[in-house]
Design a binder for this molecule. Structure first.
Ligand code: THG
Length: 265
């Protein structure tokens, strides 16, 4: 199964930031309901960074979204204390987004995660910053898997994010991601691979056209989840077709349903 994480409730988006500041329940409800209807499996919740407010903002978002829909949440923050507060409010097994290898964050995050019932996104980020080579990405994935397995997580709960680079910055960003994903799955079979797909097209015009081609390329390398905008209808159409092409749609049932409903574009 492909794990679709709806990215829209993110306070780095100005409209969400404004809704959070005004405590505009309706604006957030609409985002939660629309993404759920569009087929999101999880709703990413990122409260942004209002100084001194972020804990309260995150708690408010979690409560408003859970009132509106019954979907598991993907709690998006690097701060274990903030995650701990939000975790105390959740009603369904969440995804924690994310743990990284940065030395001031790795151990505190492991302490928070130990004994909790959740899935977890592991970012291939350490003190050296963004990984340079394919081997770097695979090594970091290995360190994440080891740290998480050591505290009791099974591979099915681990989603590795190799951190896709903008292709406008690095010509080989796409092929590096492909090779890294293949290598991770070869060395650590059973883990999941996810990413924020839109990083790749950063700085280029017509980003959505790029994102929806990148998707099946990466799925062929083993990507089985993504943090994306599920209201992008052409993207969602590409996802349905890609699953069918890659043998993940028995009897072409989902494709046929989507076609009937006018969702193949
Ligand atoms: N990996 C992981 N988590 C992540 C990311 C990642 N969380 C945050 C981010 N990246 C994914 N989420 C978003 C949320 C919103 C937008 C992009 C990524 C977004 N982008 C518009 C744009 O870029 O054009 C902004 C304009 C708008 O307001 O719509 O909205 O990589 N693990």
């Amino acid at each position: 199964m492909f794990t679709l994480i709806g990215e829209r409730i993110n306070a780095t988006r100005p409209s969400i930031q404004a809704a959070v500041e005004k405590r505009d329940v309706q604006a957030i409800r609409v985002e939660a309901i629309k993404q759920t209807e569009a087929g999101a499996d999880y709703l990413d919740i990122n409260a942004g960074g209002r100084p001194g407010q972020i804990g309260r903002d995150m708690a408010w978002l979690v409560e408003v979204v859970q009132e509106a829909v019954s979907k598991p949440l993907c709690l998006d923050s690097p701060d274990p204390l903030l995650l701990q507060e939000a975790y105390g409010l959740i009603k369904q097994r969440p995804m924690i987004n994310s743990i990284s290898l940065e030395s001031n964050r790795f151990q505190p995050m492991l302490s928070f995660l130990k004994g909790r019932d959740c899935s977890i996104i592991g970012l291939c980020l350490d003190d050296q910053g963004i990984p340079g080579s394919v081997e770097d990405v695979i090594d970091r994935a290995g360190a994440l898997v080891k740290g998480l397995e050591d505290i009791g997580f099974d591979r099915d709960s681990i989603h590795i994010d190799p951190l896709i680079q903008p292709v406008a910055v690095n010509t080989r960003a796409g092929i590096t991601a492909v090779e890294a994903m293949q290598g991770i799955l070869q060395k650590f079979p059973g883990v999941h691979i996810t990413c924020g797909l839109s990083n790749f097209s950063y700085g280029l015009p017509l980003r959505r056209a790029i994102n929806r081609v990148l998707l099946p390329v990466l799925m062929t390398a083993g990507l089985d989840g993504a943090i994306v905008d599920p209201l992008d209808e052409k993207f969602m159409s590409t996802l349905v077709i890609s699953k069918m092409v890659l043998g993940q749609d028995r009897f072409c049932r989902q494709y046929t349903q989507a076609a009937k409903a006018g969702r193949i574009l």
